[in-house]
Structures are given as C-alpha cells and as structure tokens.
Design a protein around this ligand. Sequence first.
Ligand SMILES: NC(=O)c1ccc[n+]([C@@H]2O[C@H](COP(=O)([O-])OP(=O)(O)OC[C@H]3O[C@@H](n4cnc5c(N)ncnc54)[C@H](O)[C@@H]3O)[C@@H](O)[C@H]2O)c1
Length: 353
Amino acid sequence: MQRLKVGILGAGGVARHHGMGWRAHAERAELVAVADASPARFAAFDAAHAEGRARHYAGFEELIADPEVEAVDICLPHHLHAPAILAAAAAGKAILCEKPLCTSFADAAGIAAALEASGAPFVMAHNQLFQPSLIEARRLLSMGALGRVSLVRSVEASQQRGPSTGELPPGLAAGESPWAWRTNPAKMGGGELFDTGWHAVYRLLALADDRPVAVSATLGRFLHHGMAAEDTGSVTVRFEGGAIGEVLTSWAFGLPGDRQFEIAGELGSLAGSQTATLFQLHGWPEPQAWSNDRVHTFTAEIGRFLDVVQNGAANPAPFTQGARTLQVITAAYLAAERERTVAIPEDPLAAPA
Ligand SMILES: NC(=O)c1ccc[n+]([C@@H]2O[C@H](COP(=O)([O-])OP(=O)(O)OC[C@H]3O[C@@H](n4cnc5c(N)ncnc54)[C@H](O)[C@@H]3O)[C@@H](O)[C@H]2O)c1
C-alpha cells in the first residue's frame, strides 16, 4: 500500500499528540509538510515527529497548494478551521479537522457545500469517541442493556491555569501562547464551552444516539475573570425520545476522579472514565467494573482516519456530527443569554431559534 502523504496545519499543543499518532501509523502514512507561523515550533515538531524531513510553510494556504500533499490534518486556532477546510476541499485533499468544525453557522453551510462539491473524505478529530469506556457503553446501550434511557451526563472539567497566566504549556516551542487566541472570542468562537465543552457535547450526542430537540444553559466565570467569555458551562438537552442530557464543562474546577459520563435507564446505569467502565443493574449491590489501560485516543483516531481514506471504512465523525455539535453549543449560548429554552431544528445546518 502507498503511504498517504500528509501535511499538518499548525504545529502547536495538540499537534504534538497528532504527531505521535502519525508516527504510530508510519507504515501507512508519512508527514511530508508542516505549516506553522512559528519557525521554532516547526523545527521542534519536525525533529520530533517527521525525522527532520518535512517541508516548512509559514502559512497553511501554501501547504494546501503543495501538490504532493494528499491529506491535511487541521490543528489551527478555531477561526482558521473554516478557511483551511474550504481551501483543502477545493484542492481535493482528504481532511482530518480538530474540533470545533468552525465558528459560525454561515461557515458551516459554506463547508457543507464545499465538501459536497469536493467529495474528499472529511473526518472530525473527535478523539474522545475512542475512549474504551465510551465504546463499551455504546455497545451495551445498542444491545438495550439499560432499557429506555432517562439520563445521559457528560463531563469535561479540570482546572486550567493558562487562561489567566497565558503561559506556554511545557514542551511547546516559542510562538503565540495557545491562550492568546483562546481568550479572544472572535478567534475562539466563544468561551470554554466552545473549546473543551465541544468534547462533552459530542460525547453526549454519541451516547444519547437521539435527536436533541431543546437546550437550556447556564454559563459562569469562576476563576478566569480576565476572560471575556465563560470559563464554565452547564447545559441541559432534551432529546426527542424524552431522555434528559446534561453537560458540565469547566476550566475553573474539576470533580473527584476523572469520570467522563454517567447514564441511567429503566434497567440500570453505566459510567465511564479514561480507565474504567461501571455497569450496575437496579438491585445489584454494587457495579460490575472493567478497567483498561489508558489509550492514546489521538493515535486511535488517526488510525480510523486512515481506514476511512485508504479502506473506505465507516466515518466515525462525519461533517454532520460536527454541525450538530455546533448547533447544540450555539443554542446553549443563546439559551444562556436569553435565559430561555431554545428549540433545536431537525436540520443540523439550521440555526437554532
Ligand atoms: N482534541 C483535543 O483534546 C484538543 C486539545 C487541544 C487543542 N485542540 C484543538 O486543536 C486546535 C489547536 O489548538 P492548540 O491548543 O494546539 O493551539 P496552539 O495555539 O498551541 O497551536 C496552533 C498553532 O497554529 C499556528 N498558526 C496560527 N496561525 C497560523 C497560520 N495562519 N498558518 C499556519 N500556522 C498557524 C500557531 O503558530 C500555533 O503553533 C484547536 O482547534 C483546539 O480546539 C484539541
């Protein structure tokens, strides 16, 4: 099999995890080009993940124009996702895109049209879908192990100092701090809910496996008073089948342990973390527990991206999953601002009203 020639757009914080993922799949893919505005970041990334052999581009547009590149991996600040997707789709490249899909509904509609015209594979980098506990929970739910589901709760909360200090994360070479653009709502697209909260929302949607119909939300700023937007979000989602969805996401605080979801239904309940799955039918004195080694979810997601591109495998996170996530988060911001429940249209590309 020919190795897929990949260009990575943005060599910052998350790109280091993607670099590990591409290296783990070196027999199927090769990093041939890296775009980053910072030459120091490019050099550090190239040495660590591309054996010092990648071509450097200062801007992502030039990398996309490189005819040798067959697939792009978008690891850019949020406001650059839409222009990068549009350019890559026009150039016919396969696309793996970090969350979020983009920062507005107008951009999402443009992306939908561009992807349809291109026909190139497009996969959202929804790495949390590859947690073993989530995979096991989805398997049990699909078998009806809980009966009718009443509640799905999804949590992404841990204290982050960066939004206040603006420091570079350890190991990240010189360049703009990732917190500089994150505390600018025009580049970020929102606050914490739009960033880390994105994971909690797509996880909620994956576990509920139902159409969200209404959203209410409360946002707060508890630690990062210099941020223009929220550092914490609490979102309630009503699903078409009646289940209640809850998202809790924060950079101000964490909760004990690292539990990422809890699900309750008529027959019992489930919970999951990065290293454990708990399953308890009502009446059991204690849950059955399975533990697992920590999985590098970025490596798993890149393996699946390669399966999609090279073997036509099912897409784990297509465009519509990104659009639905954007829709729920946009509805949450509207609901919090108006202090009202906001209806979610059936079409994931329709703006909530
Ligand atoms: N899946 C996850 O768990 C996870 C974790 C962190 C970040 N992310 C996502 O990854 C993306 C990047 O976040 P990050 O934390 O790595 O940010 P970052 O600021 O560390 O990295 C972004 C990089 O893009 C470069 N850049 C900016 N403008 C550019 C341009 N025009 N051309 C080329 N390079 C340019 C910057 O120099 C920087 O190195 C975001 O979408 C973020 O939400 C996902």
